[in-house]
Design a protein around this ligand. Sequence first.
Ligand code: ZN
Length: 130
Amino acid sequence: MSRPAPDVGPEAAAFWAATREHRLVVQHCPHCDRLQHFPRAYCTTCLADDLDVVEVSGHGTVYAATVVRRPPGPAFADLVPYVYALIDLDEGVRMASGVVGCDPDTVRIGDRVHAVFEDLDDVTVVLFTP
Ligand SMILES: [Zn+2]
């Protein structure tokens, strides 16, 4: 069973286009110079609605993490146990994602991680690895 695809609405189109190229971008406000993620129709600081995107390093730190042991649906049954985490990118943006490539029980707050990309059928998702 294939996993459900993320919502690829108009605000997130640039984000998902970049991940397809294995690049990580976040929204940037040209008016107040703030970065934000997840993608939205407006700047959460000044409400400007003409945001652009900037590429970020993909390096970050685990802010919080939990190990998922019961799959949220049949499509995730072969993935458990896996780590669901909040990652603070070095550029100052927090991103919800997974941590892969390690024993899930070893992931700790403060661990340094970097982005990796997993190509699914119609979308490429961003994950992080130590
Ligand atoms: Zn702004």
